[in-house]
Ligand binder design. Structure first.
Ligand code: FES
Length: 647
């Protein structure tokens, strides 16, 4: 075969094409996603590629693409008017003359760093569910009395191969005026997601509309985060977060379910609260991004099952107890306006599938982002909240469960506990000789190294201790010899240090003697032991199911995972033994998974298929859970060794 060989990077897809084939056409045939809004008229500039030298590039770069044909002339005009970056070509106009290695540029998705969330600058290959399609529509003709909308559909079928296009009803009243305003040249926004029945015309703009946006949202029970991205370049334009206003109805998930059960209007009140917060965030990100909210055409949402249900307006009562029945577990496609969100009338919404009644769309999104199914390492993914969502697996098999850790890790049920907010102790060290503590408090300059601890104690009013601080203080008490393996504070040390104080029949550790006094009581330690034992027992069940005694890597998701120190998590026996270098905070992995589904509909299929084959384990029904739980009450564990801790 003597036709030139064309290789597309980074996908690696390749094929032979006749001389003179436009590169965009070659990409289409190979299923390589290259954006195009103007349909090859060399006016939108979205189809840019660059030519790499490579083993297939036998010719000079300039000579293997045609500059002089009519398409080449159009490209030169685009370059003159709009300017093409050095080395870039318009793939609709560049035709193949010889062997080529072509680079499809993927703009880096820059994630503005959310407060207390780790940055994630991964590159997401694009193939959005929304396509912007410019067409020139035939003018009306009395001889052929075909409606304006019908001729528009005919043009879209002719130029873009949308043969069975459905049209959103709200557009019917607008079609004629938009067509005339654009002088019969319009851009159609088409939503095409294979899990929806057919492609839909969802918005229509006069002339060339060379931009479209989407939002990806992680509805956490504590914080709601939103990213605004360009669907055409993949860039994240703005990010914003806000506390979940449902907190006023109940701090943790189960108290929100109780609120619904106890108040006739409770469900509606919480649904409205989350939708209002989302509308507020939509306002903020569109203002920050300098766009109109009506230019947002797609939206993706993730959340745990209860957040997911309340957002959809579904009563979550069934999720409050066994068998934890989800109203809907598969992915949901909806109109954003039906979900009470004000963007464009045609904006679509996509909710990722839930894995199980306790393991939600957020865990599915985190799994998609971290990709245990794409690797051979046995990976443990843990998202710690009131319920820990746990996923363990590799390319061969994935199992998931949730474990009822309770709110102790979030600072609830702990005497001095509070949310991670200014004034909260978040890092603790205890001197094993003097038994004196040093700590770091949220709200002062980020700590650099150890000396930062001492200053914090003096300059900031300490109001409590947050989740990461609790983990550290219990681990440090144990490492300093104050706490036994069974988690009992050693009262005989009371004579050695004024920090050990009698408290009825047990002892407490005085962490801060300011106002308020912050003590760690025996009850606090019990609460942490119960929480960590529940988490570890859940992890062990999954390891049993996989038939492994160790894991190769651990990803700690969510805000809590970002701020706990993996070493302390392991000292406590919260997570199984693992090479500490391979225990990573994976930040807002759920948000990343949502962005992946926003920018590439193939990721929607990927997670839908994956969730279908994830094995769900109901921890409450497993006979060995209780034994694992009892063993895990000890620090770090009664039976399991932690060889990596001694290194
Ligand atoms: Fe619009 Fe190439 S497709 S410039």
């Amino acid at each position: 075969d003597t036709d030139p060989l064309v290789l597309f990077m980074p996908s690696g897809k390749r094929g032979r094409f006749a001389v003179g084939t436009p590169v965009l056409e070659a990409a289409r045939q190979l299923g390589v996603y290259v954006e195009s809004v103007c349909g090859g008229r060399a006016t939108c500039g979205r189809c840019q590629i660059s030519v790499q030298e490579g083993q297939f590039a036998k010719h000079q770069i300039t000579s293997s693409l045609d500059h002089l044909s009519p398409p080449g002339a159009r490209e030169a005009r685009y370059d003159e008017v709009r300017g093409l970056p050095a080395g870039r070509r318009l793939s609709c106009s560049a035709t193949i003359l010889g062997d080529l290695v072509i680079d499809v540029p993927q703009d880096t998705v820059v994630n503005a760093q959310l407060v207390r969330k780790s940055a994630d600058d991964r590159i997401i290959q694009r193939n959005p569910a929304i396509r912007m399609c410019y067409v020139e529509v035939d003018e009306p003709d009395m001889e052929k009395p075909l409606g304006d909308l019908d001729r528009l559909k005919a043009s879209l079928a002719r130029d873009w191969h949308f043969d069975d296009l459905a049209v959103d009803t709200h557009l019917l009243s607008q079609v004629q005026s938009i067509l005339r305003k654009g002088g019969w040249k319009v851009t159609a926004a088409i939503h095409q997601d294979p899990s929806a029945d057919r492609a839909h015309l969802i918005a229509l703009y006069p002339g060339l509309k060379n931009e479209a946006y989407g939002i990806a949202c992680d509805i956490g029970s504590t914080t709601i985060a939103m990213h605004l991205s360009s669907l055409l370049s993949g860039r994240t334009i703005a990010s914003a977060g806000t506390p979940n206003p449902q907190i006023r109805f109940g701090e943790d998930l189960m108290s929100r379910v109780s609120y619904v059960m106890m108040n006739p209007d409770g469900r509606a009140a919480m649904t409205n609260a989350v939708r209002e917060a989302l509308n507020g965030l939509i306002d903020r990100v569109s203002a920050d991004g300098g766009i109109a909210r009506s230019d947002i055409l797609d939206s993706v949402f993730v959340g745990n099952p209860i957040m997911h249900h309340l957002f959809l307006g579904i009563d979550p009562t069934e999720l409050g107890g066994a068998p934890f029945a989800l109203a809907v577990s598969r992915a949901v496609q909806a109109r954003a306006s039906d979900l009470g969100l004000a963007m464009n009338d045609g904006t679509r919404s996509y909710l990722l599938p839930c894995i199980a009644g306790h393991v939600g769309a957020d865990a599915a999104a985190a799994t998609l982002a971290e990709g245990p199914h794409r690797q051979d390492d046995m990976m443990l993914l843990v998202d710690i909240g009131t319920n820990a969502e746990i996923v363990l697996g590799h390319s061969g098999r994935i199992v998931a469960a949730s474990s009822p850790t309770g709110p102790a890790f979030e600072g609830a049920e702990i005497s001095g506990g509070q949310r991670a907010a200014p004034g909260a102790i978040e890092r603790v060290r205890i001197d094993p000789v003097t038994l004196e503590p040093r700590f770091r408090v949220i709200g002062i300059e980020p700590w650099s190294d150890e000396p930062g601890f001492a200053e914090a104690a003096e300059t900031i009013k300490v109001t409590g201790i947050c989740g990461s601080g609790i983990i550290e203080v219990v681990a440090e008490l144990y490492l300093a010899g104050i706490l036994s393996e069974d988690g009992v504070i050693d009262g005989t040390l009371a004579g050695r240090s004024p920090r050990i104080v009698a408290n009825g029949r047990t002892f407490s550790y005085l962490l801060s003697d300011g106002e308020p006094r912050i003590t760690v009581t025996q009850n606090d330690i019990r609460a942490i032991q119960l929480a960590k034992a529940a988490l570890y027992a859940g992890v062990k069940l999954l390891m049993d199911r996989q038939g492994v005694a160790t894991v190769d890597r651990i990803g700690l998701a969510g805000a809590f995972g970002t701020f706990i120190d993996p070493t302390y998590a392991m000292v406590l026996g919260l997570i199984p033994d693992c090479d500490l270098g391979r225990v990573k905070a994976v930040g807002n992995a759920a948000g990343t998974g949502a962005r992946m589904c926003l920018l590439n509909r193939d990721h929607r299929r990927e997670i839908e298929a994956l969730v279908g084959r994830i094995e769900k384990i109901e921890t409450a029904l497993e006979p060995s859970f209780q034994q694992h739980f009892v063993d895990a009450m000890a620090l770090p564990n009664k039976v399991d060794a932690f060889p990596h801790l001694s290194k």
